[in-house]
Design a protein around this ligand. Structure first.
Ligand code: HEC
Length: 198
């Protein structure tokens, strides 16, 4: 009797797994990859331009320390602005400033791999069940170091604002050219495939 129950249990488990696998993490076809890169780069390019513009005008009007507070209130919202329904965009980092941008385990692997491959230029994607994630590296320019550089590059007032707003900040001490993190764009594969077939 016990054996029967056990066998049924095993059968159910096996069935469950075998049902999952066909839809599993099926790789993207090359046309889908191209489309993802094209749309991804365009969405990320727009978001990045918008963020840069907003931060530099905040710096002009309120200095770097004022811009830290500005970013604290607006960066995440500006990133998401104008996205079509079903698309999600964010920034992730291994050494995050905003705790909401901390890379989870799977994303951390991706970031480490990107950094190893000379980081910077390459975008990658990952299929997880029914969702596609597109990652594009974010590299630091000289102008970023006023808020992400070494203590001699970050003015004391700016460092104080960062400390006040982000007590667990890990995003100082970078150099120009370092990979700071990545943009992460996510969408249901179905949404991408539908665009592809149009
Ligand atoms: C005025 C100061 C300032 C400047 C200049 C600045 N940043 Fe930041 N950065 C911040 C703040 C503050 C946050 C946290 C924003 C939030 O709360 O979402 C942040 C967050 C980030 C994040 C998201 C990951 C995380 O750690 O939360 C990335 C990536 C990033 N910055 C890259 C850059 C790059 C690249 C540049 C230059 C092009 C730059 N930053 C210039 C202040 C600055």
């Amino acid at each position: 009797m016990k054996l029967t129950v056990l066998l049924i249990l095993i059968a159910v488990l096996l069935l469950g797994y075998s049902c999952q696998s066909p839809s599993g993490n099926k790789p993207l076809e090359s046309a889908e990859q191209e489309l993802l890169a094209k749309i991804g780069d365009s969405i990320i390019g727009r978001a990045s331009g918008r963020l840069m513009k907003a931060v530099s005008s905040a710096i002009d009007s309120a200095g770097h320390e004022g811009a830290v507070y500005y970013c604290a209130g607006h960066a995440a919202g500006l990133t998401q602005l104008g996205l079509a329904p079903g698309w999600q965009l964010g920034r992730i980092s291994l050494r995050n400033r905003n705790p909401g941008n901390k890379a989870g385990n799977a994303d951390a692997h991706i970031l480490k791999d990107m950094a190893k491959q000379g980081g910077a230029k390459t975008a990658v994607h990952r299929v997880v069940q029914d969702t596609v994630h597109y990652y594009k590296p974010i590299v630091l320019a000289a102008a970023c170091l006023a808020c992400h550089g070494n203590p001699d590059q970050v003015a004391p007032k700016v460092a104080a604002a960062i400390k006040e707003r982000y007590p667990h900040d890990q995003a100082l001490g970078y150099k120009e050219g370092d990979m700071r993190g990545a943009w992460k764009l996510s969408v249901l594969r179905e949404t991408l495939v539908n665009l592809h077939s149009k």
